[in-house]
Design a protein around this ligand. Structure first.
Ligand code: C2E
Ligand code: CA
Ligand code: CA
Length: 562
């Protein structure tokens, strides 16, 4: 571009006090508007024919007129210069703060197009810079940096929703990329990657974020707000992607396919940050690449089970009490000698709206981990004792109710008070209730657990040690707990006739319990042979499917009455 037009401007630029563009224009305007006045002044000085009075009048009028005119001109010019000044400031702000200029675009003259063109140019430039920094030129997909950025924002969005959710991050690699390149050439190799990326994009749809995270590697995750999250739990999802990615693609009239491996990591089990999740899905991918058989590898193997059981259920479990989805079943415990039902164990049930009845062995650990077990356990105490109160009022044969206590409940310093109040409220006696604890209740806080158990015992509430033999079975504490009953775990009873070890352990447990003066209950007795065996070994009570499965309160009534 020719710079000849800039001579005058560059001359003025050399004058120090005229640093800003406006000041140059102002000076010129000022001088320009003062020419008539100066001319008049000169004329007045040079001429001698005038009478002084008239001359002074004219001069004063001219002076005032010039000042007013100058002021108005300067003001107008200042306003007219606004587009230039604004554009310059906006550009400066873009350079320093990356703020896209927001200038008016409707004006038709040069100043108008200066503003409009500035906006358009900067926007395009910015998009280009963003694209170059965040996208992969070959596939047009986000690159690794942008992938991590999107994953991070998805994670923080999830955190803000306080929702319990889990989702997988998958890394997929074309393991034969080298061979493809050497067989078909670099160009076709690139075209193949482009075709594959398009295929994946179409297959995954808009609810999945996909990126090219390596040379032959693509990574993706379902956006957490989408329904894809649910689908992605299934193994079928990864299988389907694998199948599509490994199928033949038509690339410039060549049929090209490659072996594909997929690695999976799962939020939150395998990590809670985007770096960890991508790193672990790539670690799993590398494991898959090393193995000849597995085409899809998860970072931790139990993820599916854990995900389904834990993270989906935990969300619903919070609502189980308010939505009245919990109820109790009772399983009778029968006295060996008399054949009468001595007690009934309250076993919690959850009627899940979609899954049906969920086993407590699935949801109790979840409730324990997430802390709702305390609330849930209180509900069980409240409900079981209420049922037993009504049972008594009906004059049914005396049966004690057994309630399972979890470790967390023994952390509650008010637990004794709560139990005593509920007993009183339902007109029950202390010995109408029994509490079942496991060895794990004592592990975390032995001291306070023993204190609470001592309290309960001193009030006359019997305590049973459940699942005995499976836990940490330290004999030293056994004598310290104020126990009435020892329940031999069902895993021993199940194998008591077939496995000599189980028989030996059962015998030892029974002998130990007897020597401590405890009543012995055999759990999980299913057959007549097992019943005979535990009777021979000296068990006092039996609980198991042989007599009854856990049943509703009404069915328990029938069982006891027969
Ligand atoms: P648990 O306290 O050992 O309860 C006995 C479990 O063994 C029950 O399973 C019962 O259905 C099952 N069972 C009884 N007899 C037999 C038999 O002859 N054969 C077989 N195969 N199984 C038998 P359930 O009801 O699924 O409960 C599982 C566990 O869930 C319970 O084990 C207990 O640890 C926990 N649980 C249940 N309700 C509560 C509760 O209200 N609070 C707490 N903290 N835990 C509970
Ligand atoms: Ca139990
Ligand atoms: Ca048990």
């Amino acid at each position: 571009m020719s710079l000849t037009g800039l001579n005058f401007y560059s001359y003025l630029s050399r004058i120090r006090i005229l640093k800003s563009y406006s000041s140059k224009i102002m000076l010129v305007a000022f001088l320009g508007t003062h020419v008539p006045l100066i001319a008049l002044l000169l004329f007045f000085v040079l001429s001698t024919a005038q009478d002084i009075e008239t001359g002074l009048k004219i001069l004063a009028i001219a002076l005032v007129a010039t000042l007013v005119g100058t002021f108005a001109t300067l003001l107008a010019l200042h306003k007219l210069l606004a587009p230039v000044v604004l554009t310059s400031k906006s550009l400066n702000r873009y350079l320093t703060e990356r703020e896209i200029p927001n200038l008016p675009v409707g004006f038709q003259d040069e100043a108008g197009s200066l503003m409009a063109d500035t906006v358009t140019t900067v926007r395009k430039l910015d998009e280009l810079i963003h694209y170059m920094a965040n996208y992969d030129g070959l596939s047009g997909l986000p690159n690794r940096d942008l992938f991590l950025e999107k994953l991070t924002s998805s994670l923080s969005e999830l955190a803000s929703r306080e929702e319990v959710l889990s989702f997988p991050v998958l890394s997929l690699e074309v393991t034969h990329l080298k061979q493809i390149r050497s067989n078909f050439g670099l160009h076709l190799g690139d075209l193949y990657l482009r075709a594959l990326s398009q295929k994946l994009e179409t297959l995954l749809g808009p609810d999945t974020i996909i990126a090219r995270t390596g040379d032959g590697e693509f990574s993706f995750f379902p956006t957490t707000s989408s329904s894809q999250v649910q689908e992605s739990y299934s193994e079928a999802w990864a299988e389907r992607i694998h199948e599509a990615a490994s199928s033949q693609l038509n690339v410039a009239d060549h049929q090209i396919s490659s072996e594909i491996k997929i690695g999976i990591s799962v939020f939150p089990f395998d990590g809670k940050s985007s770096d960890q999740l991508l790193w672990k899905s790539e670690t799993a991918l590398n494991q898959a690449k090393m193995g000849a058989i597995s085409k899809i590898q998860t970072y931790s193997s139990e993820w599916k089970e854990r995900m389904k059981e834990k993270y989906l259920l935990e969300k619903d479990l919070r609502l189980a009490i308010p939505r009245n989805q919990l109820f109790l079943h009772y399983q009778p415990r029968v006295d060996m000698r008399t054949g009468r039902t001595v007690s009934a164990e309250a076993l919690l049930r959850w009627n899940h709206p979609d899954l049906g009845i969920v086993s407590p062995s699935i949801f109790i650990p979840i409730a324990e981990e997430s802390g709702f077990i305390a609330e849930m356990g209180e509900w069980v105490i409240y409900k079981a004792l209420e049922d037993m109160g009504n049972w008594k009022k009906k004059g049914l044969p005396h049966t004690r109710v057994s309630v399972n206590l979890s470790a967390k409940q023994l952390d509650d310093p008010n637990i004794t008070k709560k139990i005593l109040q509920t007993i009183e409220k339902n007109d029950l006696n202390m010995e109408d209730v029994e509490l079942e604890i496991t060895e794990s209740c004592l592990i975390t806080n032995m001291h306070s657990a023993l204190e609470i158990l001592g309290e309960l015992h001193s009030w006359g509430i019997p305590i049973a040690l459940d699942d005995f033999g499976t836990g940490y079975s330290s004999l030293s504490y056994l004598s310290k707990i104020p126990l009435k009953t020892l329940k031999v775990d069902q895993s021993f009873i199940r194998k008591i006739l077939t496995d000599p070890n189980s028989l030996a352990i059962s015998k030892t447990i029974i002998a130990l319990g007897k020597s401590l003066g405890l009543r012995i209950t055999a759990e999980g007795v299913e057959t007549e042979e097992q019943l005979r065996k535990v009777k021979d070994l000296g068990c006092d009570e039996v609980q198991g499917f042989y007599f009854s499965r856990p049943v509703s309160l009404e069915d328990l009534e029938k069982f006891v009455s027969n």
